[in-house]
Design a protein around this ligand. Structure first.
Ligand SMILES: Nc1ncnc2c1ncn2[C@@H]1O[C@H](COP(=O)(O)OP(=O)(O)OP(=O)(O)O)[C@@H](O)[C@H]1O
Ligand SMILES: [Mg+2]
Length: 244
């Protein structure tokens, strides 16, 4: 893994990508990306389709090693289970919700005697108690996304990365996920959410990072960014005029 331990990401950052580049299919899909994720609060990564948002999450989670550049996690997120990534289309086990979470607790090495209590906490946190014994794959999209998020939290990560967690969900399911995200951040876990939804960014985010063509175009506090973007790319994107 390309992880420099001697130097950290700098003050107040959970993780920092420095000049990260990645080539796929004969072109640069991440192109000298500089991206610092604050250690507290919710950071929304925005940008058009194909900008490199999902790939940058995978790089942060250590699933992809960049061709060049540095990935600098802070001390707090350096452990193997400190960064959790929830994919846009998470895959649950063909078992009950309860069994999915129990499996995660075992995989994450939670001692056997603590699993029952922790399971109860996770079910409560995700408001999943009523559907705990339902087959996970039969649940609605919103319920499955909630299970996937809570499953990721079974590891007690310090940094939770969410790739478009409410894409294609109705307003009610979206609201349930957003509540879960706010509660997660309030409990002290830094959260990164990739979203195309300005409204959602406004409701959730403290910080915005705008990515375009594999590079960072703008980084700002959310309130400031959503009011007035500085970069022409972000202005065009939010006006619905930037496609690639
Ligand atoms: N294995 C691969 N081979 C070729 N190209 C790839 C590969 N993986 C990703 N890409 C390309 O890299 C670019 C960035 O992909 P990424 O999934 O990070 O985009 P994104 O910003 O998440 O977009 P979206 O908003 O559509 O989810 C895309 O153009 C994608 O087609
Ligand atoms: Mg994506």
């Amino acid at each position: 893994m390309l992880r420099l331990v001697a130097t950290g990401p700098g003050p107040d950052a959970a993780i920092r990508l420095e000049g990260v580049s990645l080539r796929r299919g004969g072109r640069m899909v991440l192109d000298g990306l500089h991206l610092a994720i604050p250690a507290t609060g919710i950071t929304a990564i925005m940008g058009p389709n194909g900008a490199g948002k999902s790939l940058s999450l995978r790089v942060m989670a250590g699933l992809i090693e960049p061709d060049s550049g540095s990935v600098l996690p802070s001390e707090a997120v350096r452990g193997r289970q400190e960064i959790a990534l929830v994919f846009q289309k998470p895959v649950l086990l063909r078992r009950s919700v309860r069994a999915n979470l129990r499996h995660a607790l075992a995989v994450y090495g939670v001692p056997r005697r603590k699993r029952r209590e922790r399971l109860g906490e996770l079910l409560d946190f995700g408001r999943l108690a009523a559907i705990a014994d339902a087959p996970a794959r039969a649940l609605s999209g919103g319920e499955q996304q909630r299970v996937a998020m809570v499953r990721a939290l079974a590891a007690c990560p310090k940094l939770l990365l969410l790739d478009e967690p409410t894409a294609s969900l109705d307003p009610q399911a979206t609201a349930a996920i957003e509540t879960l995200i706010l509660n997660t951040a309030a409990s002290g876990t830094a959260v990164v959410i990739v979203t195309h939804d300005q409204g959602q960014a406004g409701r959730l985010a403290d910080h915005i990072r705008f990515v375009h063509k594999g590079a960072l175009t703008e980084a700002a506090p959310a309130a400031q960014f959503l009011l007035a973007q500085k970069s022409p790319e972000a202005q065009a994107y939010l006006a619905g005029k930037l496609l690639l």
